[in-house]
Design a binder for this molecule. Structure first.
Ligand code: PMP
Length: 418
């Protein structure tokens, strides 16, 4: 019997997708960290739109604000117009996020994806420095547009794109080689004219590599890289598209690590509601792109500004949300350690609510995710070989649902374990 999925999706929808796996369900509704499908089955969300839904699905306050905005004929599409919604977002972001963190950066709205924010960051760095080379890192992921893709470490993402843009050098991320070696190597290559490493416009990195398998940069390594960027006249660009908006604990993943990046990219959860929105934070002296040097029809989605403002005010006007995230992180850590005991050689990776288990093989990781899905858990893998089962539950997930999801994962691991 042909299923609805086969008739509708397989027939007409292209095979292109973000993850390899297709889920055998058609989803209709969602609330918080739960989703329901056409058959009424309930699922717990440990994927959260790959960190685009840090505050869960359909947050009631964001939903109410959006409905009010639409019912009052609020602007839908503003492009470059000054809108009230944009003003309110900027004000909330300045008051709750930038000022308390001593960041004097300007907010530059980019196209609504993480990739587009990365493209903007690369352009700014090139224009500011007059250089073109960019240093990025092994296992980094920065997006699928050609510039961001060129900076992305995993070659399978580039497979169909042909030759990508030149002028990106990829070097070992923290821990890729032992001890301080990756930092020392970077320093040596930068100083050595025979390395062929052209003076960089930017050093671009994630503090926790989301797609690359939850590799965590140490404070020491990150500070060392920041220092190298400074001494070599390159801009430090932190791509916080996945790790930002509280995913690792604080609002910005880097803010407790002792560095102040020149440029920060944000997208995914910045709208708070799963609406498309991207931005770049840039130091005032580097805010030098002129009109039309990074334009785009969908810079500035007014509905996203409405929900983003609520997200910022609701969750980031004091420290309590960060405490909640840290508490939930402990629950996930304890649960994953228990699951690790069922799989020989498995190890915990990540930070905050960006945690996972390296189970040593892509086949095992995918089998665990597939098995867990049957019991109602949506979860994905990451890593160069898809070897990491990655828990990205909304940061607002009630403790009971975190426990429930971890129990499903434990059962799946016990069944699949070699
Ligand atoms: N940077 C990072 C760190 C990401 O994780 C992603 C998306 N996974 C991107 C950039 C690209 O974002 P988008 O898919 O919205 O273009």
């Amino acid at each position: 019997k042909t299923t609805e999925i086969e008739t509708i999706f397989s027939r007409r929808e292209s095979k292109v997708r973000s993850y390899c796996r297709t889920f055998d369900a058609i989803f209709t509704t969602a609330q918080g960290s739960e989703l329901w499908d056409t058959k009424g089955q309930r699922f717990i969300d440990f994927l959260a739109g790959c960190s685009a839904l840090n505050y869960g699905h359909n947050d009631p306050d964001m939903k109410a604000a959006l409905i009010e905005h639409i019912s009052g004929n609020g602007i839908t599409h503003g492009l470059d117009l000054h809108t009230q919604a944009k003003a309110d977002f900027i004000t909330a972001f300045e008051n709750c996020i930038l000022k308390s963190r001593n960041l004097d950066h300007k907010v530059m709205f980019t196209g609504p994806t993480g990739s587009n924010a990365v493209e903007a960051a690369l352009k700014i760095a090139r224009k500011v420095t007059g250089r073109s080379n960019v240093i990025a890192f092994t296992n980094g992921f920065h997006g699928m547009t050609l510039g961001a893709l060129a900076a992305t470490g995993n070659s399978y993402h580039r497979a169909g794109a042909g030759a990508t843009l030149s002028g990106i050098s990829r070097l070992p991320f923290d821990g890729y080689v032992n001890g301080a070696a990756s930092l020392e190597l970077l320093e040596r290559l930068l100083q050595d004219p025979s390395s062929g490493l052209d003076a960089p416009a930017a050093i671009l990195l994630e503090t926790v590599q989301g797609e690359g398998g939850l590799n965590v940069a140490s404070d020491h390594w990150l500070r060392g890289v920041a220092e190298l960027a400074r001494t070599h006249g390159a801009l430090l660009v932190i791509d916080d598209v996945q790790a930002g908006c509280g995913r690792t604990g604080p609002f910005f993943s880097f803010e407790e690590m002792g560095v102040s990046p020149d440029i920060v990219t944000l997208a995914k959860s910045i709208s708070g509601f799963g609406l498309p929105m991207g931005l770049v934070l840039v130091r005032p002296k580097h805010d030098i792109l002129g009109p039309a040097e990074h334009n785009g029809t969908f810079r500035g989605n007014t509905h996203a500004f409405v929900t983003a403002r609520i997200a910022i005010e609701k969750f980031w006007s004091n420290d309590s949300f960060q405490h909640d995230i840290n508490r939930r992180s402990q629950i996930v850590t304890t649960g994953l350690k228990r699951i690790a005991e069922t799989i020989p050689g498995a190890r915990l990776k990540g930070k905050g609510m960006m945690l996972g288990l390296d189970v040593g093989s892509g086949n095992i990781a995918s089998a665990i995710c597939r098995r867990a899905f049957k019991d109602g858990l949506i979860i994905e893998t990451s890593g160069a070989h898809d070897e990491v089962v990655k828990v990205l539950a909304p940061l607002t997930t009630p403790d009971t649902q975190i426990h429930e999801g971890l129990q499903i994962l434990l059962n799946a691991a016990q069944e699949i374990a070699p």
